[in-house]
Design a protein around this ligand. Structure first.
Ligand SMILES: [Zn+2]
Length: 415
């Protein structure tokens, strides 16, 4: 058996790179505020390009400001293998969400170079533009455009809260990287494997080092608008009222009773709820709330999602109700071919592993429709993420990068 490239992986360097990258947008509480296409992100990209150059990887950029760091294979004309993630964060984000996948990808490429071996295919680390969707919504913009799920024109016109468009914000990024070669969007890719922190508590609770990700859960979202009539709190009788809050509360109760399951597998959230006019002595005339519904199984997501307008109609009382469907992402399963590679690589290195599904979205969602795709999860402390307190251990970071390195090399060197 050939020696593994992961034997050459430098875990100390990996950790130092993570800490160095976290300086760009560092917050007082130890987190990171590095919004998509911000000055901080431009500076962080420059550092990544420098690190890639140290071992001979070439940087390139595309029209959606996705950044590619490519280690040339023995047969450069073949479609490359890709890995990566994103380096944008939430405004009160942590050091590891996204950044880990990019830095681990670079560590994997460095280990391939250190091993003295070259795979057949080139291997690219990609930092996808705007995964978080915090400054420009919705997220996963760069990977969506690369894979043709959204058009470039569509995303360029999206504006942030200050009125700045993606197109305007991208200007300084592309200007700063104008010396780099330009890649086309959507070129053929042989496979994509993304390393990421779990962002949930399962691996830590089960005391496993590596998560073999089976797929990404399904999600449906709705906006529900309940319309009644404003009235005086003192003079209007119960019989005459059309109280939008009373109807909305009845609807929420009915939705919870119908959607929550005994096995606790359904994720059902009403995270936004606004009452109008929201005055102490006025019968509410209007309520708007948001429904976020998630499950691993497509039939369940569809069935429960289809129930939402039906239940809203039945429980509306004397008010009118309008249910607006916003998003429907079907659950997806990563191919067994990639999952088994990840599981085997973990086993070969003596790391404990388990299969688990990702309820959170990732760039891998879009890459899945473009090429065989999979993900490697590592534990994060207490499952905390999108939070300045996000925390992982150097040992887990190294383990995930080693698994990634072996998987990437085997896939890139294979048929
Ligand atoms: Zn992420």
């Amino acid at each position: 058996m050939s020696p593994r490239v992961s034997g050459h992986l430098d875990g100390g360097r990996l950790w130092r790179d993570l800490m160095e990258l976290a300086r760009f947008g560092a917050t007082e509480l130890g987190g990171v505020n590095r919004l998509a296409l911000s000055r901080e992100e431009i500076a962080a990209r420059k550092v990544l390009i420098g690190w890639a150059g140290e071992f001979g990887a070439e940087a390139a950029v595309d029209a959606a400001a996705n950044l590619y760091l490519r280690l040339e294979g023995r047969e450069p004309s073949l479609p490359p293998l890709q890995t990566g993630s994103h380096i944008d964060t939430q405004p009160t984000g942590g050091k590891f969400d996204g950044a880990y996948g990019v830095v681990a990808g670079l560590a994997a490429l460095r280990s391939i170079v250190a091993s003295g071996r070259r795979p057949r295919r080139s291997v690219e680390v990609v930092a996808w533009m705007n995964e978080e969707g915090s400054r420009f919504a919705p997220g996963m913009m760069g990977s969506a455009v690369f894979t043709g799920k959204r058009t470039l024109a569509e995303i360029l016109s999206v504006r942030d809260k200050a009125g700045v468009s993606v197109s305007e914000a991208m200007g300084p990024v592309l200007e700063n990287e104008k010396h780099l070669p330009r890649r086309p969007l959507g070129y053929p890719v042989a496979g994509y494997v993304e390393a990421h922190i779990e962002q949930g508590p399962t691996l830590e609770a089960q005391q496993k080092t590596i998560g073999v990700v089976t797929g990404i859960g399904g999600k449906r979202t709705f906006r529900v608008e309940v319309k009644g009539e404003p009235a005086h709190a003192g003079t209007s009788s119960r019989r005459d009222r059309r109280d939008a809050l009373v109807s909305a509360v009845a609807i929420v109760d009915a939705l919870q009773k119908a959607i929550w399951d005994d096995a606790d597998t359904v994720r059902f959230t009403i995270g936004m709820f606004t009452v109008t006019p929201n005055a102490p002595s006025v019968v509410p005339s209007r309520v708007v709330f948001a429904v976020d519904l998630r499950h691993d199984d497509d039939a369940t997501v569809r069935r429960l999602g289809d129930l939402v307008p039906v239940i809203c109609g039945k429980a509306r009382g004397k008010c009118d109700v309008n249910v607006i469907p916003l998003l429907y992402d079907v659950p997806l399963q990563f191919p067994a071919s990639i999952r088994s590679r990840v599981a085997q690589a973990a086993k070969g290195l003596g790391y404990s592993s388990m299969e688990l599904n990702s309820p959170a979205g990732h760039d891998s969602r879009y890459l899945h429709y473009h090429c065989p795709t999979g993900m490697v999860f590592i534990p994060c402390k207490a499952g905390i993420s999108h939070n300045e307190a996000e925390s992982i251990t150097p040992a887990d970071a190294e383990a995930g990068a080693r698994v990634l390195a072996d998987v990437l090399f085997d896939l890139a060197d294979g048929a």
